[in-house]
Design a protein around this ligand. Structure first.
Ligand SMILES: Cc1ncc(COP(=O)(O)O)c(C=O)c1O
Length: 401
């Protein structure tokens, strides 16, 4: 028979009901070894004595104190992600933007320059160009041609280089190892946003990058029901980021961490299907004369196919399609879809379509759009896990007259 749950010391006879129902056991017992990660949905952890708290405060114990600092459910998912990215350590944060902002604030100081690819997720661009300059950080945006000669992009004040590959939404790819090597040679921190690839398809730390960031809202969770961010890398970089996360309060909630950990269990099988579905859809689109251009790194016609082949194991589930006819052409195609959902975000089991000029690149000037390689007639497809034949049939009718 299972041992009874230890109810802890309780002077039940003397307690009034209101005290009794609040102070009784939490059910925590050494005799229960759950298969799945328990959700430690608690803001704080109980100590036995002042000595125990002092021991913790002086860094002499690893007990948990307060969930904004650390929480076992959050720690469990961080360990999984560190292993996935082959990193010494990982942190999960409240969103992808929370991860980006926390990393940048932790690793730079007033007067530093951040070099960033001009073709980048819109939120990153706005954070770097609109918000962080108020705190004395300057951002310099570089073209893909400049990123292809990475030694030339690093200046005297450059502290950190931030880039994506494949890039949202154009799927252009950057030579990750070349950028990482140029940064290392100059003592500059390299950070890649690996959201579009996922760690199954691309492992930047093996390619020499210092820090990997993800919007875990996308493939890592995979079910479009959690907003989260990830940073993975060496402890020397993650230690200051952890301190900043404690101060900024950008940690992930334990319930969301639990859901992220559950989603992660199927990441490898989901990515396998995303890769094959998107390859089938991309090949079909590329053969259709009604489509102006298809951007998918797995296509031989993609401008960065050789780079993608060198550094990716699979080419992912994202496709960008230029249907021609300006914004009206893209809007017409978008409005006619019936299987693809008209929604922002990406990386979930359901196929989605978004128009970059209305979502990820909303608010960009014409010059910023041109630098990002984004046109008015582009539609971005997040190819989900449905049957590829149904997805192709939907695209076929949406492109029709
Ligand atoms: C490539 C990329 N990076 C970062 C983000 C920001 O992530 P989140 O929405 O989780 O804050 C997004 C969101 O779309 C993204 O696509």
């Amino acid at each position: 028979m299972a041992a009874p749950v230890d109810m802890g010391p309780c002077n039940c006879d003397r307690m009034k009901p209101a005290t009794h129902i609040i102070q009784r056991s939490t059910g925590i017992t050494d005799d229960a070894h759950p298969l799945t990660t328990p959700i430690f949905e608690t803001t704080t952890f109980v100590f036995d004595s002042a000595d125990q708290v002092k021991e913790h405060a002086e860094g002499r114990s690893h007990k948990y104190l307060y969930s904004r600092y650390a929480n076992p459910t959050v720690a469990a998912v961080e360990q999984k992600i560190a292993a996935l990215e082959k990193a010494e350590s990982a942190l999960v944060l409240s969103s992808g933007q929370g991860a980006t902002a926390t990393a940048l604030l932790a690793l730079t100081q007033s007067g530093d320059e951040i070099v960033c690819s001009a073709a980048i997720y819109g939120g990153t661009l706005h954070l770097l160009s609109d918000l962080l300059p108020r705190f004395g950080l300057s951002a310099r945006f570089v073209s893909l041609a400049e990123l292809a000669r990475p030694e030339s992009i690093i200046g005297e004040r450059t502290k950190l280089v931030w880039f994506e590959s494949p890039i949202n939404p154009t799927l252009r790819c950057v030579d990750v190892a070349a950028v990482a090597a140029a940064c290392r040679a100059r003592g500059v921190i390299s950070v890649i946003d690996n959201t579009f690839a996922s760690p199954i398809n691309q492992q930047p730390i093996e390619l020499g990058v210092d820090l990997v960031m993800h919007s875990a809202t996308k493939y890592l969770n995979g079910h479009s029901d959690v907003t989260a961010g990830v940073l993975a890398g060496p402890a020397r970089l993650l230690d200051p980021i952890l301190k900043a996360r404690k101060l900024l309060g950008t940690v992930l909630d334990p319930y969301a961490a639990y859901a992220l950990g559950r989603g992660l269990k199927t990441l490898a099988v989901r990515m396998d299907r995303h890769n094959t579905n998107a390859a089938a859809v991309a090949r079909w689109l590329a053969a259709d004369p009604r489509v102006k251009t298809v951007y998918y790194p797995g296509l031989e016609t993609h401008p960065d196919h050789a780079i993608a082949r060198k550094q990716m194991r699979g080419f992912g589930g994202m496709i960008c399609v230029d249907v021609g006819g300006g914004y009206a052409g893209a809007a017409r195609f978008f409005d006619r879809l019936t299987v693809f959902n008209r929604a922002a975000s990406l990386g979930g089991v359901e196929s989605l379509c978004s128009l970059p000029v209305l979502t990820s690149q909303w608010g960009h000037s014409d010059a910023e759009l041109a630098a990002a390689g984004v046109t008015q007639s582009m539609a971005r497809l997040s190819v989900g896990l449905e049957d590829a034949d149904d997805l192709i049939a939907d695209l076929d009718q949406a492109l029709g007259s």
